[in-house]
Ligand binder design. Structure first.
Ligand code: SAH
Length: 228
């Protein structure tokens, strides 16, 4: 990630500055992570010229999309990631969001064991993301699991942060169980037909749950046992 030689660095910087001006990026650490991660490396080559538009983009012909940068920023701010946090992402897509989480929890990208576990149900995307992580040096910190993440990934639980990047019918109970006391979860949940709300769930140190509605959003549907 030599930003000096990255032909897209100026475009990325402009996008990040725009998100700061809009008040979407609030913290220095979220700003740094989005400046560092080359979004153009996580999208399909036919969309390269749109890599730094603030919009979701289709991931080849998989029917799935890479989230818009503002959505990644909003979710990362809500997650309040601290260095060393263990994180679960449900829905890897091309891996862009997970890469930003990797920078947040391990800025040196050199942790001796993975800290970000990301589950992807689509085989083509799981393979695409794995290749992206190893080519770009994220593979020490990020572990891709191919499977149904709607029931979480108990093998590496409990997590400080859980982020779901597809809309669920309701908050899956296994995800709540896999969250640590003091943990934060961000998940889009279907409210009415075609409407979704971004929910922030916090577990306090006694295990008590508090959920807040952060407003309307649009995500692809979550599949699997606790999905649609
Ligand atoms: N986090 C991605 C966004 C990907 S879109 C990014 O960085 O841009 C949501 C992804 O969730 C899709 O790739 C879809 O295949 C995946 N998905 C849907 N249901 C899933 C499930 N039950 N388990 C794991 N992944 C799922």
């Amino acid at each position: 990630m030599e930003t000096g030689e990255d032909p897209y660095f100026q475009e990325r910087k402009r996008l990040v500055e725009q998100l700061v001006e809009e008040g979407v990026i609030k913290s220095e650490k979220v700003k740094e992570a989005m400046l560092r991660v080359p979004r153009h490396e996580f999208i399909w080559p036919n969309r390269l010229e749109q890599a730094y538009y603030d919009t979701p983009l289709p991931l080849g012909d998989t029917g799935q999309t890479i989230s818009a940068p503002h959505m990644v920023a909003i979710m990362n701010e809500l997650l309040e990631v601290r260095v060393g946090d263990r994180i679960l992402e449900v829905g890897t897509g091309g891996g862009y969001h997970a890469a930003t989480l990797a920078v947040l929890t391990c800025p040196g990208l050199d942790s001796p064991s993975p800290l970000v576990y990301t589950v992807e149900i689509n085989h083509v995307l799981a393979e695409f993301a794995k290749k992206n992580f190893s080519r770009l040096g994220f593979d020490k910190v990020v572990n891709v699991i191919e499977g149904d993440g709607s029931k979480g990934y108990p093998e590496a639980s409990p997590y400080d942060c859980i982020v779901v990047t597809a809309a669920a019918p309701s908050i899956p109970q296994p995800l709540i169980e896999q969250l640590k006391p003091d943990g934060r979860m961000v998940i889009p949940v279907q409210s009415r037909f075609f409407e979704q709300d971004l929910m922030l769930l916090k577990k306090d140190k006694n295990g008590r749950i508090k959920t807040s509605n952060m407003g309307p959003v649009v995500f692809v549907p979550l599949r699997g046992e606790y999905g649609f």
